[in-house]
Each structure stands twice: as structure tokens, then as C-alpha cells.
Ligand binder design. Structure first.
Ligand SMILES: NC(=O)c1ccc[n+]([C@@H]2O[C@H](COP(=O)([O-])OP(=O)(O)OC[C@H]3O[C@@H](n4cnc5c(N)ncnc54)[C@H](O)[C@@H]3O)[C@@H](O)[C@H]2O)c1
Length: 350
């Protein structure tokens, strides 16, 4: 099975992961790609400039958008989210609107889509990882789901899995869940999209933030001595994993998309400082009050065995490519960060 000639829908396709997926799909000679994105945390120039790619600007929860796109798809990738933990704490209702009802409406819309071979949903490993600062064990797909989450974002991501499971059981919707670890790489534009109420709108995830500060020779801020750890996975690997979920995933199943490598935030900071030759020492800060996430990384076993998926890009190689992209796209990034500067003074620091 391939994507040759296939009709594809990418929800949230102008975002960081979604746009990288669209570019990769274009190499597979797809028939068409419809993208639904309200540009809440994305910039349209991320998308491939090609007649096969059509952007429907609006929310996937909007009935007008749903009737315009129809149901005639071979594969659907649902990557829309209200980005991310801190924005969702600041505005839980907006999180519900763009990270929760969205998944329900998409499932309801597609439940009778006979042609559909797979609906791949981007879930998050943080929703099941054990919250610990003791030595972490690789989180596998069978890990228990806690009823106590640190942010509306985490609740929404796991509720998306619940809806998908329900629509698969009740309506045979070919739903597959891809649980991401921490993705980094090109096309994650700092400040992309609209103001979402906190400085996290600008600074997004840890890796692009550290790279940007490091290139400016600023001190990298390390909370809690950088003791927390994550599983960093390069975006090309995530895209390969998403495609494997679509072509080889079993309906109703969940797969980790992980590198399987645990890296402390301190090591991440030191590696980025070395690669960018940043002479400024690290700045140690207090832990974020809401964050209990501690140490974690994902198990790669099931995805390797059942999808033949294995992340191949090492952290150093991936960081080098991301640093290079950041250097080449400085103007784009500055333009996006500057959009929000006037609003920063109003922001509450969660
Ligand atoms: N990046 C990571 O490290 C990571 C980790 C775990 C899970 N994920 C999941 O992967 C997916 C992609 O993440 P990303 O890093 O590319 O984030 P992103 O913010 O770049 O992409 C999300 C996209 O969804 C769009 N969007 C928001 N509300 C929408 C709506 N109502 N209708 C249509 N589009 C909407 C945004 O404009 C954006 O383009 C998300 O579902 C996220 O929860 C990401």
C-alpha cells in the first residue's frame, strides 16, 4: 500500500507536524491533500505551494467547513490542537473548542465514510507517562491512564482517544492513535499563529526556544536544574511514523511514536549550547508550579514490531538540521515573535 493517487485530509495541516507531513506526502505522488486549519498556531507559508494542496481556513468543528470538505477521503490525519499545555491552563474553554469538540465532530462527520482506510489521531505520550523524578521506565502502550491530569490539554488529548475508540467500536471508524513523544525540527515557527494568552504562545516547545536563545547567545533557562527528561523525536521520524500508522496500523490500535532515548533537559541545553557555540552559561530557575511531569521516555517495541517503524535520526543530527533551518528562517521567526510583543505585558505567567 502507498499514498499514490490517494485523497488525503490533514486537519491542522499548516502547523508544525502537519506541514512536514504534507511536504512528505507530496513526494509520494498523492492525488490531493485537503488541509483544514484555522491558523490558530500556524502560518500558511508552511504548506507546500502546489495545486494538489487546498487550504480550508477554519475550524474542523465548523459545520460549513465540514460540508465543504465532504467525506471522500482515503486517509485522514487529525493533527489539530489548541497548542499547548500552558495555553490550555490559561484558557480551558478555548482548549475544549479546538482540542476536544474538534475530535468528536470529525469522528461524527466521518463515521459513515465508506472509502476511508484510516483516520490517524495525534495523541500525546504525556497523557499516560508516569509522573516521577525517580528513574523512568519506558512507557508502553498499555500504561494506565490517570484520572488526574496537569492541564486541560492533556485531558483533551486522552478524551480524543476515548472518542476514537468509541467510534471504532460502535461505527467501525478505522481510527488509529499515534502517541507522540516530544517532536522537534524545521517548520516549528516561534510565535506562529494568533496570541493565545501566555508567553508560551511565542516560546512553544523547549527545543526551538533553546535553539533561538542559544543562537542569540542568551542564557538557556533550566527549571529544576534540568533534571526532567524527555524522549525527543525528529519531525521526519514522526512523519514516517504517522505514515506507517496510516498504511500498516490496525484499526482501534494505539502506537507510540518515540525515539526510545531518554535525554535530560540539561543535556539538551548543553548539546544545543555546544552545537551553536553559545558562550553564555545556563541560568537555573525554579520549577513551573503546574508541572509534575518529571522523567519520561517512550517504548518503541510495539511500533517496531507491528508497523516496522523505528526513529532513525539521532538527537545531534536532528538538532543540527533544526539549527540550520532556524538560521535560514530568522526573518520569518522574528516577524512571528514580534506580532505578540505588545501583548506580552498583559500575560500572566502560569
Ligand atoms: N509537537 C509535539 O511535541 C507534540 C507532542 C505530542 C503530541 N502532539 C500533537 O501533535 C499534533 C500536532 O502538533 P504540532 O506540534 O504540529 O502543533 P501545532 O500547533 O503546530 O499544530 C496544530 C495545528 O492545529 C491547528 N488548529 C487549532 N485549532 C484548530 C481547529 N479548531 N480546526 C483546525 N485546525 C486547528 C493550528 O492552527 C495548528 O496548525 C497536535 O495534535 C499535538 O497535540 C505534538
Amino acid at each position: 500500500m502507498t499514498f499514490d493517487g490517494q485523497a488525503i485530509l490533514v486537519v491542522g495541516g499548516a502547523g508544525f507536524v502537519g506541514s512536514n507531513l504534507c511536504h512528505k506526502l507530496m513526494e509520494s505522488n498523492v492525488g490531493s491533500i485537503k488541509v483544514v486549519d484555522n491558523l490558530l498556531s500556524a502560518e500558511p507559508e508552511n504548506l507546500p505551494d502546489d495545486d494538489k494542496v487546498e487550504l480550508f481556513q477554519g475550524s474542523i468543528a465548523d459545520d460549513v467547513i465540514l460540508s465543504r470538505i465532504g467525506i471522500n477521503f482515503d486517509y485522514v490525519f487529525h493533527l489539530a490542537t489548541y497548542h499547548g499545555n500552558q495555553s490550555s491552563i490559561h484558557d480551558p474553554i478555548k482548549d475544549h473548542e479546538h482540542n476536544n469538540i474538534t475530535t468528536l465532530k470529525l469522528c461524527e462527520h466521518l463515521k459513515g465514510a465508506n472509502k476511508l482506510k484510516k483516520l490517524v489521531y495525534s495523541s500525546a505520550g504525556c497523557t499516560v507517562a508516569k509522573k516521577t523524578y525517580d528513574d523512568a521506565k519506558a512507557t508502553d502502550e498499555e500504561a494506565d491512564v490517570s484520572l488526574y491530569h496537569d492541564s486541560p490539554y492533556q485531558i483533551s488529548k486522552i478524551v480524543g482517544e476515548f472518542y476514537g475508540n468509541y467510534y471504532w467500536m460502535k461505527h467501525g471508524l478505522p481510527f488509529v492513535k499515534a502517541r507522540f513523544q516530544n517532536v522537534y525540527g524545521p517548520r516549528e515557527i516561534l510565535g506562529a499563529g494568533e496570541w493565545r494568552g501566555t508567553p508560551a504562545t511565542i516560546w512553544r516547545n523547549v527545543t526551538p526556544t533553546f535553539i533561538w536563545k542559544s543562537l542569540l547567545e542568551e542564557a538557556l533557562p533550566l527549571e529544576n536544574e534540568g533534571r526532567a527528561s524527555r524522549d525527543f523525536i525528529y519531525v521526519d521520524d514522526i512523519v514516517a511514523g504517522l505514515m506507517a500508522c496510516a498504511l500498516k496500523g490496525k484499526d482501534g490500535e494505539v502506537y507510540n511514536l518515540a525515539s526510545g532515548v531518554e535525554t535530560s533537559i540539561k543535556t539538551l541545553a548543553e548539546t544545543i549550547n555546544n552545537l551553536t557555540e553559545n558562550p553564555t552559561p545556563i541560568e537555573y530557575k525554579n520549577p513551573r508550579p503546574w508541572d509534575r511531569s518529571g522523567k519520561r521516555f517512550g517504548s518503541t517495541e510495539k511500533a517496531e514490531q507491528e508497523l516496522g517503524f523505528k526513529a532513525v535520526v539521532t538527537l545531534e543530527d536532528g538538532l543540527r538540521k533544526t539549527i540550520q533551518w532556524t538560521q535560514e528562517n530568522q526573518e520569518l521567526i522574528v516577524r512571528n515573535m514580534e506580532k505578540h510583543v505588545a501583548l506580552l505585558s498583559e500575560a500572566s505567567f502560569d
